[in-house]
Each structure stands twice: as C-alpha cells, then as structure tokens.
Design a protein around this ligand. Structure first.
Ligand code: BG6
Length: 470
C-alpha cells in the first residue's frame, strides 16, 4: 500500500473537463490513484465544462482516455469502481447561477469543512471568472484552487490575477502548479540536498565556477501555434520551469523542509536575478517555424533562447548562470551542469578539467559527478569518472507529474507549488529581459530544424565557455 494516500473524503471539480489537458493528464492520474488504492471510501469527482454532455457521456470520455493511455493493461475493476464516483456538471464559467446550482448539489453530500479541489484546466482567460464564482463555496468547503501556468503574461497581469484571488481567498487556498515541480527527478533536487551533505555543501556560490541549464525539445509547437506565437520560448519555458530549476539548486537550504520555508528561500533567489545588459541574450527561430499552422510568415517569435544571468547576492555574485532552451532541437534533454571551481594548485595542471555535478532531469533522471582523477599507470594523464545513479521511480508507488502534484493538493501539501511572490519575482526579471531585448533590438537568428540551435551562441554569451554536453 503506497504511503501517501488521501484519508479524508473530498470533492474534486475539474473545470474544463472536456479539454485536452483533462484527457491527457488528469483522467489518467485519477485512475492511477484508484489503481494504487489512494482514495478514501467517499469522494466525488465532477467534470465541469460548457459542453452539453450527459454524465454517461462524460464517464465514457474519462474511460476512453484511460484506455488510450493504459491499453490492455487497464484494470477493469479499478476503473469501474472509480467511475461510480464521477459526475458531470454543465455550466458557464462566468454564470453565478450555474455555480449556485453546483454548490447546492455538492452541499447535499458533503459535510461542512470537506476539502474541495477546484482544478483549472481552462484557458487563462477563464481563471478570474472561476475564482470569483467559487468565492461562496468557501463558506462550506475547505477550498484548494489548483491553477496551472501560465500565471498571467507579465508582472502586471500576474499581479491582477493574484489580486482577484486574494480578494476572495487566502493564498493558502491556492496551489500554483508548475508541472516541472511534479517530476520525480526535479523533486529529487530538494530531497538530495536535504538528505545529502556532500551535495548540499557543494551548492554554494563560493565553490562554483558557473552553472548551465539546458532544456531541448526535438519537436516544434505542435497544435499550439496561436498560443506559442504570442508568448515565445522565454515566457513559455524560462519564466517558470527553468527559473524554478535554478532556484532549487541555488537557494539556501532551510532547516525545515516545509512549504513556507522553501517558498521563502526560492523567493530570495528569484527576486535577486539580474543580468549584465551586454551580450546577455541570444534569440533563435527554427527554419520552418513560419510554415507551421497559425504562424504568420513574418513572425518574430523566438523558439530558442540562450541567456546569461547572475544572482545579486554576495555568495553568487561572481557565478555566471547560462540557460538555453529550444524547440525543434536535435534531442529531448533537460539537465543542469554545476561546474566546480578549481583550487589554486589545480590551476597549474595543464588540461585539467573542472569537476562537475550533473543533474540530468529528462529523458532519464540521473545524478552524477564527473570527478577528475589521474589515470592508472605512470603517465600524468587525467580523466573524468562518472558514476551515475538513476532518479527514476521504481515500484508500485510511482505517479506521473500531474498525479504527484494532485495528490499533494488532496493532502493539503504545498511544498511543490509556487508562491505568489515567486511568480511575481520571475515575471519581474523576465519583463526586464524582454524589455532590454527590445531596446537592443536583439536579432533573431535562424537555425536548422533538428540542430543544436543557432551557431556560435555560447561564444556570443561568453567567449571562454562551451556548453556542457551529456
Ligand atoms: C509546457 C510548455 O509548460 O512545458 C511546452 O508550455 C513545453 O511548450 C512543455 O513543451 C515541456 O514540458 P516537458 O515536461 O515535456 O519538459
């Protein structure tokens, strides 16, 4: 029996229940909870959407998405039992009368104080309507609003969104979800630092020469042209996912591994991000981007970015941080390379490579050191050894990223979510980056589909460095 199951009855409302995210991520995650016996005896799952649909039709779509994902391995009895807990409610997102009906229905079955998880699987334009209309529910339920990025489109719109949330709820009622924080490998960063003094001691600015974060995807924008063309890769990938990774490796470890302390320490880093406006950013666009569906021929949206930044704190002041990310690259790969400083006597050994800590997050999760040592024998030759340990989950306790995070919401655990302050700090930084890019009129470099990005980009950011390859 997995260690972390949900003990109290709860209500789960999935807004946008007829959409893709629901079908691809949320239904399968709920099924896996059922399969792993994580649910209490009483719970209610409601799909809420504008589409006309009967409960039977909704159950069918739930069932289909589970079967699509698990095929012949679908456990019939787990699925059948789960479907008994599922219902559908048709309503508009901005119609108070619809919510009133929903509230009356829910109150009949659930006693006061029951946790109500509202999952916003809808476009951001519907977020505020849902938050406002859910406000009366808090009289009866213990509210847990689960909202997935993008949280606004810049600092001002994020602030507006949070102001509306704060008008109706406490921040503790809100779970800002960045799916990267649900990845087993990403969660390992925190747990490794907590349990491992070797790694934690090394993650200090005074000991580190530089850090690189790479995140490549081998495909383009798929069916999301309209969305992507408006935001570009800096807002899509750097603003939340990659800055969160940076915060997790560079923050001071709090004494207590709880949400408040972790959010505070991440915020200290995220609010101290800065850059030197000289040669800090390189932008690219894959050759066939403007031939993609819904993309204008003259689009100037970046699909690749390489950025050099720093953390304005004494410990980190001299440590450059490089982030690069791109679509339509030559591989799927997300990894962090932490290059350790050489000690003074090592500087004099010719060709000696720096020791490195590598945290590989995708496609496989691995953490390893590249430790420089002399080769066996009498020659003075040095090489890098790399013992490697998988960060993947093994056994019957594993869940996909949305599943892990949803389970946390059900258990009222907030550590792997974002605080309002963190999001505002990230937008503050990203807005400055984009403003400077515009002021400098940074050109967009074309790169071949399936490549490593525009030529010469690291040399542009820093003539003495190369990107670490894994
Ligand atoms: C999403 C972005 O947040 O993350 C997508 O909007 C991107 O553009 C995706 O493809 C990457 O997630 P993962 O888990 O596949 O690395």
């Amino acid at each position: 029996m997995p260690s972390k199951n949900v003990k109290e009855p709860f209500v789960f409302i999935l807004f946008g229940a007829s959409g893709d995210l629901a079908k691809l991520k949320i239904f399968p995650a709920l099924y896996e909870f059922a399969l792993q016996h994580r649910f209490p005896e009483d719970f209610w799952i409601y799909g809420y959407a504008r589409s006309e649909m009967t409960t039977e039709e909704f159950k069918k779509s739930f069932e289909n998405s589970v079967r699509e994902k698990f095929g012949d391995e679908t456990n019939e009895s787990a699925l059948e039992k789960l479907l008994l807990h599922i219902d559908y409610f048709q309503g508009q997102y901005n119609a108070p009368a619809d919510y009133k009906k929903l509230l009356d229905t829910l109150k009949k079955d659930s006693p006061e104080g029951t946790p109500l998880i509202a999952y916003y699987s809808v476009p951001p334009t519907a977020f505020n309507d849902i938050s406002i209309n859910l406000s009366p529910f808090k009289e009866h339920f213990d509210m847990r609003l689960t909202i997935e990025k993008p949280f606004g489109g810049d600092e001002a719109t994020a602030r507006d969104m949070f102001a509306i949330l704060e008008e109706h709820f406490d921040e503790d009622n809100v779970y800002l979800l960045d799916h990267y924080l649900g990845k087993e490998s990403v969660q390992s960063i925190l747990s490794m630092r907590y349990t491992n003094s070797i790694i934690n001691h090394l993650l200090k600015g005074q000991l580190i020469e530089y850090i690189q974060i790479t995140s490549f995807e081998p495909f383009g924008i798929k069916e999301r042209g309209r969305y992507f063309n408006e935001v570009g890769i800096i807002k899509d990938m750097v603003q939340s996912h990659l800055l969160q990774l940076l915060a997790l490796v560079t923050m001071s470890m709090p004494n207590h591994l709880n949400a408040e302390s972790v959010h505070r320490e991440k915020y200290h880093i995220l609010s101290a991000l800065t850059f030197n406006p000289e040669k800090f950013l390189l932008l690219g666009q894959y050759d066939n981007y403007t031939k993609e569906k819904d993309i204008p021929e003259d689009s100037k949206t970046e699909t690749f970015a390489a950025l050099k930044l720093c953390i304005d704190q004494t410990d980190w002041a001299k440590v450059p941080i490089y982030i690069r990310t791109g679509k339509m690259m030559n591989r799927k790969s997300t990894y962090i390379t932490i290059v350790l400083k050489k000690l003074s006597f090592q500087e004099s050994i010719k060709g000696l490579k720096s020791n490195k800590l590598i945290i590989e997050l995708q496609p496989e999760g691995h953490v390893y050191f590249k430790i420089t040592n002399k080769r066996g024998g009498t020659y003075h030759e040095y090489h890098q050894m790399s013992p490697s340990e998988s960060l993947a989950c093994f056994g019957d306790d594993c869940l996909p990223e949305h599943g892990r995070l949803l389970l946390d919401v059900m258990n009222g655990e907030r550590i792997h979510f974002l605080s309002f302050n963190e999001v505002i700090a990230c937008w503050h930084f990203i807005d400055k980056v984009l403003k400077e890019a515009e002021n400098q009129n940074i050109p967009l470099k074309k790169y071949s589909d399936g490549s490593e990005g525009p030529d010469g980009e690291i040399e542009f950011l820093d003539p003495i460095r190369k990107w670490h390859q894994i």
